[in-house]
Design a protein. Structure first.
Length: 320
């Protein structure tokens, strides 16, 4: 498997290459021939990862949030959900595979799942439209949330999108209205809802399935009204200034927790979620389990009140 390395990960890539070469030499020289050297290099690799990921700037975090080897919604389903049954279609136009949803059990608790899926290779990226949903995707999400309320099921949503699809057909079919209806349904849902930003949560394309009781974000995730490239093109008419925009927009998990836009940051393994997807998925599951236990004790009226209070507070009581 060929790994994808970001610019600041070059020293990590070089060290991993040396470990791989030494491991192959060890196989030909006999078991244990270079174990000491390999262990020393692996310790150095761990230190390099912690050092590099301990001082990421907002633009580097944006790159990590978009890393192609980062776990996607289908990976969280496989790692956290038992007995998953996908439910398709909006019952009006079509089934949008940019947003997936269905029923399953999360650590023994029956839940309804909704998530944006980007795909891992050319075939799946085209199938899922790179995680950019059309109106029918948000209308499917609304239909599933209606079902969750009818059967008193908690909703777990997973957010990872560059934004809603901006194509002509999507606009003709009411993209803005569909996103607004999705956001409204999140806010009026009478069952617990937890949204987790696993990568990038951009624009209304994210908020359409993320206006939850609790909004979680992975350590290197980003969440914003617009992408850094989009903001740069508007502010300076120069998309190349995306790094400047990312810094000014306060889009990182660490910025967002201060303003109350998100409620909790989920730690990632050293080197980011893509360095150890199984561990990252496990960490996400542990935090969701903690949050869900608290929300399951609330009545429908308390859930609605908590959600309203949470969103009214943003920009009023939180520091800027």
């Amino acid at each position: 498997m060929v790994h994808h390395y970001l610019e600041f990960e070059r020293p990590i890539a070089e060290l991993e290459g040396k470990i791989e070469e030494l491991s192959k030499l060890s196989e030909s020289a006999g078991a244990g021939a270079f174990d000491g050297e390999i262990d020393a290099l692996r310790r150095r690799l761990d230190d390099l990862r912690r050092e590099a990921y301990g001082k990421l700037d907002p633009w580097q975090k944006t790159q990590v949030a978009r890393h192609p080897e980062r776990p996607h919604f289908v990976d969280f389903l496989a790692g956290l959900i038992d007995e998953f049954v996908e439910l398709r279609g909006d019952r009006k136009f079509a089934d949008d595979q940019a947003i997936l949803g269905g029923l399953g059990r999360f650590r023994g608790v029956p839940v309804l799942l909704i998530g944006q899926e980007k795909g891992h290779d050319t075939t799946t990226r085209l199938k899922h439209n790179f995680g950019m949903a059309r109106p029918e995707g948000y209308r499917k999400a609304v239909r599933l949330m209606d079902m969750a309320e009818q059967f008193n099921l908690p909703v777990l949503s997973f957010v990872d999108t560059a934004g809603a699809y901006p194509g002509l057909g999507a606009e003709e079919r009411g993209q803005a209205e569909a996103i607004a209806r999705g956001t409204e349904r999140c806010l009026t849902l009478k069952t617990p809802m937890i949204a987790t930003v696993t990568g990038e949560g951009m624009s209304g394309g994210a908020i359409g399935i993320a206006a939850a009781n609790r909004v979680l974000i992975m350590e290197h995730g980003i969440y914003s009204v617009i992408s850094p490239e989009g903001a740069a093109s508007i502010l300076w008419r120069d998309g190349a200034r995306a790094r400047d925009a990312a810094t000014q927009m306060h889009i990182t998990a660490q910025d967002l927790i201060k303003t109350g836009v998100v409620d909790r940051i989920i730690d990632e393994p050293p080197g980011g979620a893509h360095s150890d997807p199984e561990a990252a998925i496990r960490l996400v599951g542990d935090v969701i389990e903690d949050e869900l236990k608290l929300l399951l004790n609330l009545s429908p009226e308390q859930l609605l009140a908590q959600r309203a209070e949470r969103y009214y507070a943003i920009g009023r009581t939180s520091p800027v």
